[in-house]
Design a protein around this ligand. Structure first.
Ligand code: FE2
Length: 414
């Protein structure tokens, strides 16, 4: 039986008595009823984009990550492109809505936020988790009051019919889906007609060719972590909710006081390496936006949540430890990609002595998601240094402010 409460605690952020009590009770019960063992790794991530965006987005991802284009599943009002590295790390499902008038629950989640509304269909939707017994897991989660989309809803949403899909979290707005698959079987998504789209294939092959030419193709590794930004008051409940839905444990939280923010990390109980199942990170302001003027505190994390809604902020890709042409690999990767016209929000920060180096790209014009690169040196296990996170959070906040001003200047007066 898994022991989800047995991992050493990291970090310096204090949690409430409520959090500590329920963390222990929830994980203990999850282990004892066998739910922790029934839920395994993150199998796939789902991202939706607006009409006309998916092919260029796949070109971007094929250059910036190790993902390969596999197949396109066509249904009545969506194309769903499947990208894969291998069966050890999660797939990416990139869905494009065909008609910009398409409406639905996921679009509604964007529409009440000023910047989110500008790309109404573009959002990170959530994760698919592999389970060994779909029926057992769904039954357990229904007993915990989690609500699922009905089979009919899933069909109308044009999401794979072999998923059980929990309705969006009130705290993160993300969804969690379950998919049953024995370890030796390939991943199959029951949706529409599958074919290789020649246009996607061309863009993908050109990007992979360029990756080779730039000598970055074997330096970028699978996803290291996924970082979701949420409102300050939801920090503890968002973590506990995710732990109830998954087989992750609470690694710990760091207070980034410079940016009035905290970084809260959860990791898979079953997989030591993030390459198999990425860490899930939640970032939240320490104090809500309307009190920050009293203490003159910055608020980049909550500003993001207010502009886009709670949602995924970045996907971090690991970079292989080592050097290329006398530079650390992360420096080489970033300068080669930047030379192709892709922007980065700051210079690479951190150092070998601190254990890791990190950087944020600018947000994708297709998905609004940032790509982080992270290179760890030697056996460093951490996710960040406090100085790095403060620098990254600040840089993302500056871009955010510019976008907000742009949105305001384009808004109708009156
Ligand atoms: Fe990160």
């Amino acid at each position: 039986m898994a022991l989800s409460n047995s991992f050493p605690r990291q970090g310096d952020k204090q949690n409430s008595g409520f959090f500590e009590e329920y963390l222990e009770r929830l994980l203990q019960e999850r282990d004892s009823i066998g739910l922790t063992d029934m839920i395994d790794q993150i199998e796939a991530l789902m991202i939706t984009v607006d009409p006309g965006q998916s092919i260029r987005y796949i070109g971007e991802l094929a250059l910036m990550t190790p993902y390969q284009y596999l197949v396109t599943l066509e249904s009545k009002s969506h194309w769903t492109h499947v990208l894969r590295i291998d069966m050890h790390s999660p797939d990416l499902l990139i869905r494009e809505v065909k008609d910009k008038r398409t409406r639905g629950i996921f679009r509604s989640l964007n529409e009440v936020y000023p910047i989110g509304a500008r790309k109404p269909n573009s959002r990170y939707m959530g994760e698919v988790l592999r389970v060994l017994d779909m029926h057992g897991v769904v039954e357990c989660q229904q007993q915990r009051q989690f609500r699922f989309f009905s089979q009919d809803d899933v069909r109308k949403l044009e999401l794979p019919g072999n998923l059980a899909i929990v309705k969006p979290s009130p705290y993160t707005h993300n969804i969690v889906c379950y998919m049953e698959r024995p370890p030796e079987q390939l991943r199959i998504y029951a949706l529409g007609n599958s074919s290789i789209n020649p246009e996607v294939q061309d863009v993908y092959l050109a990007a992979k060719e360029l990756q080779k030419k730039l000598r970055i193709h074997d330096l970028i590794l699978p996803i290291d972590h996924l970082a979701t930004r949420i409102y300050s008051q939801n920090r503890e409940v968002a973590i506990l909710e995710w732990l109830s839905l998954s087989s992750y444990y609470y690694w710990g939280s760091y207070n980034i006081s410079d940016q009035n923010s905290s970084t809260n990390v959860t990791k898979s109980v079953h997989h030591n390496s993030e390459m198999y199942s990425p860490a899930k990170v939640f970032t939240a302001n320490n104090t809500p936006y309307f009190v920050n003027h009293l203490d003159g505190l910055p608020s980049p994390t909550e500003t993001f949540a207010r502009n886009y809604g709670p949602r995924l902020h970045h996907i971090a890709m690991a970079v292989r430890d080592g050097e290329t042409d006398g530079r650390e690999n992360i420096e080489h990767v970033v300068s080669q990609i930047a030379a192709q016209g892709r922007g980065f929000l700051l210079d690479v920060i951190g150092s070998r002595d601190q254990g890791l180096k990190q950087i944020f790209s600018s947000a994708s014009e297709h998905s609004s998601l940032i790509i982080e690169y992270v290179q760890r040196f030697g056996d460093f296990q951490g996710f960040f240094t406090k100085e790095n996170v403060a620098g990254l959070t600040h840089a993302a906040g500056v871009e955010e402010e510019l976008l907000e001003l742009q949105a305001q200047s384009q808004a109708e007066p009156g």
